[in-house]
Design a protein around this ligand. Structure first.
Ligand code: COA
Length: 444
């Protein structure tokens, strides 16, 4: 196949490419920092040509111009993971949210939500005409395989990541060359609270463990306390700059991974240019679609898999809400439950939900008797295992509901403990039992 001829023939401008989108189409955008902003800007500029185009994707890291006021007649947003820039459109009823596990999303596009158009963002082609999906492989590669029309932004700044990341130029309907820096996510602010939480997380992480780390200050804080560990590995939905630092220091080397040894397994990346440079052509980082990385039966084949994720609120039974503030959808399950279940399947695995004990400058307890009215249960009480705050560690798994409630009160913010003890007494017709000991598994 003369891929160079195909590449030349299909190379066009963004304005021409977006004319392939028709009213009523379902359009998937590449995920997160992989969103191709040049093509998205052209699509939005051409909005008068569209009615009811459904835009679907997961975490938006862009201003999401298609989901802003005034766009309602042209675009309808169907969010698979709500972010800062799409919360309002969903709260206002101009967009929708579809609950689904990250591990399922590529198959949803292939089966129940078939796509008309995939808008992807890739590295320049290699000698064989293959472009890498770079920082966002997740559902993006499968969307490109499934959609009859594929509009690709080719960007020299997109790293060529290795693994099952490649889309051949012959699959692309239009190719738009446009170099621009990838969106960078500055390192989160880590306060003493996050440091204390990170230190508690590190107590449950042993030499040789395989880690799944979510995004944000808490996973980064946990990494700060892993500098003296040895032979850590990564099998994670995503990772950020903190992993690069530990990999360069030799702490993360994947040496003891029993499954995919010697390399990190990941489905998307978010961070700074340092991360994007690190993963470029790096054989120690392999990226695959989320159907593989997040599938609990796949990830669970890693022995000693430790998952670290965060939440909004947890009730005294151990029901974890990670995605709503009352009835308002602020994020989604993402890979949280995929990895909580993977850790449960893993020989020697542990799952951690780690969070500050309070929110809103200490005025709200995140440990509550009842979840807020309308809150979604993300990780249910049968799946939850370790819960960590800056005040300690509770292992809820296979403990009575009263033991769970007592352990959670012990790690609640001191300002709220008396109130929680009163609520405990009313709820369980007995007094809270101080000092119930969590069972900390001593994995060898
Ligand atoms: N009551 C009221 N407000 C609360 C609250 C509570 N119990 N808990 C958090 N908030 C507020 C915060 O104050 C903050 O408000 P702001 O945006 O006005 O500052 C907002 O909700 C977000 O909370 P914050 O703690 O800053 O969020 P975070 O960036 O640490 O993310 C989750 C926490 C739970 C939203 C995030 O981890 C998530 O989306 N998890 C689910 C998906 C997941 O785990 N994926 C797997 C790994 S990628």
């Amino acid at each position: 196949m003369d891929w160079k001829r195909i590449y030349t023939e299909r190379t066009t401008t963004a304005a021409e490419a977006v004319k392939h989108i028709k009213s009523g189409n379902r359009v998937a955008l590449a995920h997160s920092v992989g969103e191709p902003s040049h093509l998205v800007a052209a699509m939005v500029a051409n909005r008068e040509a569209y009615r009811d185009v459904e835009i679907t994707h997961m975490v938006p890291m862009s201003p999401a111009p298609y989901a802003q006021p005034g766009m309602e007649a042209h675009f309808r947003h169907n969010s698979l993971f709500v972010g800062k820039t799409t919360r309002q459109t969903i709260a206002d009823g101009h967009g929708d949210f579809t609950p689904c596990y990250f591990s399922e999303i590529p198959n949803i596009f292939a089966r129940t939500m078939p796509l008309d158009v995939a808008i992807i963002h890739v590295s320049p082609p290699d000698a064989h005409g293959f472009c890498s999906c770079g920082v966002a492989v997740d559902y993006t590669k499968i969307a490109a395989e499934q959609a009859p029309i594929v509009l690709a932004q080719v960007n020299a700044n997109m790293p060529r990541t290795l693994g099952d990341t490649f889309v051949h130029v012959s699959k692309m309907t239009c190719i738009v060359e446009h170099d621009e820096p990838l969106t960078e996510l500055p390192p989160p602010r880590i306060t003493d609270v996050e440091k204390a939480i990170g230190e508690n997380c590190a107590k449950l992480i042993n030499d040789g463990d395989c880690l799944q780390l979510g995004i944000g200050a808490i996973p980064d804080a946990a990494l700060l306390f892993l500098k003296n560990k040895k032979d850590l590995g990564i099998h994670s939905e995503m990772f950020s700059d903190g992993v690069v630092e530990l990999a360069e220091a030799g702490v993360i080397n994947h040496a003891r991974k029993n499954f995919n040894p010697g390399r990190a397994i990941v489905t998307f990346l978010m961070g700074t240019k340092r991360l994007y440079d690190y993963v470029d052509n790096n054989p120690t980082v392999n990226m695959f679609p989320a159907t593989y990385v997040n599938n609990p039966y796949v990830a669970g084949q890693n022995d000693n898999l430790v998952s670290v994720n965060s939440c909004v609120q947890i009730d005294l039974l151990g029901q974890v809400c990670s995605e709503t503030l009352g009835t308002t959808q602020i994020s989604a399950v993402g890979g949280q439950v995929d990895f909580v279940r993977a850790a449960a399947l893993s020989k020697g695995g542990r799952s951690i939900i780690a969070m500050p004990s309070s929110a809103a400058n200490g005025t709200i307890s995140k440990i509550v008797n009842f979840l807020d009215q309308g809150a979604a249960v993300t990780t249910n009480r049968y799946d939850v295992e370790y819960v960590i705050t800056e005040y300690g560690i509770a292992n809820l798994k296979y403990r009575t509901v009263r033991d769970r409630a007592s352990m959670l009160i012990d790690i609640a913010h001191p300002n709220f403990r008396d109130q929680l003890k009163d609520e405990f007494a009313k709820r369980f017709n007995t007094h809270y039992q101080p000092g119930v000991k969590p069972i900390l598994k001593a994995w060898a």
